[in-house]
Design a binder for this molecule. Structure first.
Ligand code: ATP
Ligand code: MG
Length: 325
C-alpha cells in the first residue's frame, strides 16, 4: 500500500484518521495502514485475532480498537426493522442470464451474500461463475451493477477465451470485459486465504461488485486429509468464508463460491453425495444452489437453502453465448 502511494503522486481519497480512535497513536495507526486497512468500517468488522496479527498488537488492544471503530460507524448495535429494510434496499442483483435462475434467486445473484453453486463435474458451476463475471459489468437496466469482478481460480479452469465468448453473448466488447475481470490463481489453501485481503485492496481502487471463488473447497479437501485434520479444515474454511462474507458487506458485492460434491459414506439412506465442507459451508453460504445435469444442454438448479425464499427448481442451459433458459 505504501508502495502504491509512492508510485501514484496524484492525490488519493483522504484516508480516515485512525489517530482519532482512543488508544491509537501514530505508530499503531501506521501499522493499520500498512496492513492495508483504510477505514473505520474495515476495523469495525475485523476479528480481534486477525487485527492483532495484521497490526502486530495484542488481542486485547485489537478488541478495544474494534469496539471504538464500531461506535464510530455504528456497527454492532441494534437496528430497527426499518433500518434493515433500508439497507436491504441497497442490495444489488446480478443477472445469471437465465430468467428461471434469476427468479429462483429472488431476482438474481444478490450482493451482501454468498451464493454457493455445488454439483458434480460438468454441472455448470464454472459456467455460472464466468457468466456472473460478465453480467456484473452490465448497466443496472440490463441486470448488472456496472462493476468489476475479482476471480479467485483454484483449479486453473478460468478460460479467457470462454469469458470473451460470454461477453460477446451479453453484447459487451470482449477486450473491455476481460479487462474488468481480475483473476488470481490460488496455488494452495493458504494462498487462497491470502488473496482475500488482496481483493479488499483492489476493491478500494476499483468498483468491484463480484468476488468469485472457484472452487472454494478443492484445496482444503486435498490438503486436509483424514479424520484428524477435519476439525482444522472446517475451522479454516469457516474463517475463510466469513472473510468472503465481510467482503460482500463492506463493498455491497456479491460473492459466488463453487463446490464439488463428494460421496458421504456416513449416509445410509437417501442421497449419498453432498457438498464438501458440510455444515460449515452450508451455514455460512446465504444461498445454496445444487446443480445437476439433465438432457444436454439442459441443467437443473435447485435452491436448497435460503433465508427468505422457498425451495424450488429452475431449468437452464449452457450455450456458446453463456447461461440461458
Ligand atoms: P468441475 O467440477 O469439473 O469444475 P463445473 O461444474 O465447473 O465442473 P462447467 O465448466 O461449469 O463444469 O461446465 C462444463 C460444461 O459446460 C461442459 O461440459 C459443456 O457442457 C458446457 N460448456 C462449456 N463451454 C461451452 C461452450 N462454449 N458452449 C456450450 N457449452 C459449453
Ligand atoms: Mg469448474
Amino acid at each position: 500500500m505504501k508502495e502504491k502511494s509512492a508510485k501514484s503522486p496524484e492525490p488519493e481519497e483522504p484516508e480516515q484518521n485512525f489517530e482519532d480512535i482512543p488508544g491509537v497513536g501514530p505508530s499503531i495507526a501506521q501499522k493499520l495502514r500498512d496492513a492495508g486497512i483504510r477505514d473505520f468500517m474495515e476495523l469495525a468488522v475485523a476479528s480481534p485475532d486477525d487485527l492483532a496479527t495484521l497490526a502486530d498488537i495484542g488481542t486485547a488492544a485489537a478488541q478495544k480498537i474494534i469496539n471504538e471503530a464500531r461506535k464510530q460507524v455504528n456497527v454492532g448495535g441494534f437496528e430497527t426493522g426499518v433500518e434493515i429494510l433500508e439497507r436491504r434496499k441497497k442490495l444489488g442483483r446480478i443477472t445469471s442470464m437465465s430468467k428461471a435462475i434469476d427468479e429462483l434467486l429472488g431476482g438474481g445473484i444478490e450482493t451482501q451474500a454468498i451464493t454457493e453453486f455445488y454439483g458434480i463435474f460438468g454441472s455448470g458451476k464454472t459456467q455460472l461463475a464466468l457468466q456472473a463475471a460478465i453480467s456484473v459489468q452490465l448497466p443496472p437496466e440490463k441486470g448488472g451493477l456496472d462493476g468489476d469482478c475479482v476471480y479467485i481460480d483454484t483449479e486453473n479452469t478460468f478460460r479467457a477465451e470462454r469469458a470473451a465468448e460470454i461477453a460477446q453473448g451479453a453484447g459487451l466488447d470482449p477486450a473491455k470485459a476481460l479487462a474488468r475481470i481480475h483473476v488470481a490463481r490460488a496455488f494452495n489453501s493458504s494462498h487462497q486465504e491470502l488473496l482475500v485481503p488482496k481483493a479488499f485492496e483492489l476493491a478500494h481502487d476499483l468498483p468491484v461488485r463480484l468476488l468469485v471463488v472457484d472452487s472454494l473447497t478443492a484445496h482444503f479437501r486435498a490438503e486436509f486429509i483424514g479424520r484428524g485434520a477435519l476439525a482444522d479444515r472446517q475451522q479454516r474454511l469457516n474463517r475463510h468464508m466469513h472473510e468472503l462474507l465481510r467482503f460482500g458487506d463492506v463493498f455491497n458485492a456479491a460473492v459466488i463460491c463453487t463446490n464439488q460434491v463428494t460421496a458421504r459414506p456416513d449416509v445410509l439412506f437417501g442421497d449419498p453425495t453432498g457438498p464438501i465442507g458440510g455444515n460449515i459451508v452450508g451455514h455460512t453460504a446465504t444461498f445454496r444452489v445444487y446443480l445437476r445435469k439433465s438432457k444436454p444442454p439442459h441443467r437443473i438448479a435447485r435452491l436448497v437453502d435460503s433465508p427468505n425464499l422457498p425451495e424450488g427448481e429452475a431449468v437452464f442451459s449452457v450455450t456458446s453465448e453463456g447461461i440461458r433458459d
